[in-house]
Design a protein around this ligand. Structure first.
Ligand code: PMP
Length: 435
């Protein structure tokens, strides 16, 4: 048994410590089936991206249709109606302060794009990037370099010897999990306001904090700090974007307009790899960010953008953001009832259908292995997929983030299987044999 270091070892936390995963062969709605005919409720939407559920006929038809017409042309050689149409619809959703969408193949690359554009905005004159501890902005060198996620950065020191500053919660704020206004103000002062190129922040944290919202007042203060210092405000909506939190974008309710918005995951609901960076007018006045930021070979390929366009239209037609808010409230109540019976869990947190059950800090601190990982393993054995999150014993949590389309029967089944899995962890029977 490894001693508790206070940190979640990345691999163990996601069930990567030699555990054999089931082999998925097909999926439909909120259910995934393995090669032995067992079904699993997809209580995490994969890695929080399968927002529409699996096998939506309208999306599959759009993919087939696009694949038959044309899969790939490069943006430097052709424009394409699917890409142009997607850009138009994304810009209409995001509001008038954006002029362009730069496409990538992942959320990490979208973060890289935002960082690169921020550097270009300051013409190399500023290099400091402020993010919160905990935070996660991607797995590529730059994106991980600005992420406040020590377990995922472990062993990669030299790659991340950058001017990134992860802003921690001050000792006086021990009851909070994310930094507040004072901590951000102090960080600007410490780094020097005229050195800060950008602030990158998630409206609701995901993998790092386990669904802890950044308070609207903090987002508004960050906008002010950026305005007075000349830094750019980057909001990372990779996990929160396109309906997950009960709105099209998680930051909208704060009234704040970021300079750059980073997206991925829900943009295609997992049907194809795609990410995007929305670029505000003031980032590179008079220049095309698509040209200046160069980009990735497959960025904006028609197969991906046609898929994302179909996903966006389905999301709008079925009012999935509103549905996420409604179903999220129901699920939250059920999670609260489940947690109330178990001494190692706290009250659920999050927003919309980006919810988490936190492991109580005292229980996490004393467990010999990360409880979040153990709960996820037990859930899988009971036919439920959920996702571990957190960077230490304070933030350890299990994300419960089903598709926004989850039906009543699937939701009931999710609750039932979760209850059984947690009971097994509580009784210590989760390690017995298996089926
Ligand atoms: N930012 C956030 C907030 C994320 O949740 C993720 C993925 N978990 C990323 C960035 C990176 O996205 P991707 O895995 O698609 O590269």
């Amino acid at each position: 048994m490894t001693p508790d270091t206070g940190l979640l070892p990345g691999a163990a936390a996601v069930g990567g410590s030699g555990r054999i995963r089931p082999t998925a062969v097909r999926a439909s709605g909120a259910r995934v089936y393995d090669d032995r005919g067992r079904d699993y409720i997809d209580g995490s939407s994969g890695p929080v991206c399968v927002n529409l559920g699996h096998g939506v006929p309208e999306v599959l038809a759009a993919m087939r249709d696009q694949a038959e017409r044309i899969c790939m042309v490069h943006r430097s050689q052709f424009s394409h109606p699917a890409t142009a149409g997607l850009t138009e619809e994304v810009l209409a959703l995001a509001g008038p302060r954006y002029r362009e969408v730069v496409y990538t193949n992942s959320g990490s690359e979208a973060t890289e794009t935002a960082l690169r554009l921020a550097m270009l905005h300051h013409a190399g004159g500023r290099t400091a990037v402020l993010t919160q501890l905990p935070s996660y902005h991607g797995m590529t060198a730059g994106a991980l370099g600005v992420s406040g996620h020590p377990p995922r950065r472990a062993g990669l020191g030299p790659l991340h010897d950058s001017s990134a500053v992860s802003v921690p919660v001050a000792p006086a704020g021990a009851d909070r999990l994310v930094p507040g206004r004072q901590e951000w103000e102090a960080a600007f002062e410490r780094v020097g306001p005229d050195r800060v190129a950008a602030v990158v922040v998630e409206p609701v944290g995901g993998a790092a904090s386990g669904a802890v919202p950044t308070p609207d007042a903090v987002l508004r203060r960050l906008r002010e700090l950026c305005d007075t210092s000349g830094a750019l405000l980057v909001v990372d909506e990779v996990m929160t974007g396109f309906g997950r939190t009960g709105e099209w974008f998680g930051h909208l309710r704060s009234g704040v307009t970021p300079d750059l918005v980073v997206t991925g995951k829900g943009l295609s609901a997992g049907y194809t790899p795609i990410g995007a960076c929305l670029v505000g007018h003031r980032v590179l006045p008079g220049h095309s960010a698509t040209d200046l930021a160069f980009g990735h070979t497959m960025g904006g390929n028609p197969l991906s953008t046609a898929t994302a366009l179909a996903v966006l239209r389905y999301t709008a037609a079925h009012r999935l953001p509103e549905r996420a808010a409604r179903v999220g409230a129901v699920l939250r109540e059920r999670l609260a009832a489940i947690a109330a019976d178990l001494p190692f869990l706290g009250a659920p947190r999050g927003r919309g259908l980006l919810l988490a059950l936190p492991v109580r800090q005292d229980a996490a601190a004393h467990a010999r292995e990360p409880l979040a990982g153990r709960i996820c393993a037990a859930a899988e054995r009971h036919g439920l997929i959920v996702y571990p999150a957190g960077i230490d014993h304070r933030t350890q949590a299990v994300l419960v983030t089903p598709p926004l389309t989850i039906g009543d029967e699937e939701l009931d089944e999710l609750g039932l299987r979760l209850r059984r899995a947690l009971r097994a962890v509580h009784d210590g029977t989760d390690r017995d044999g298996g089926d």
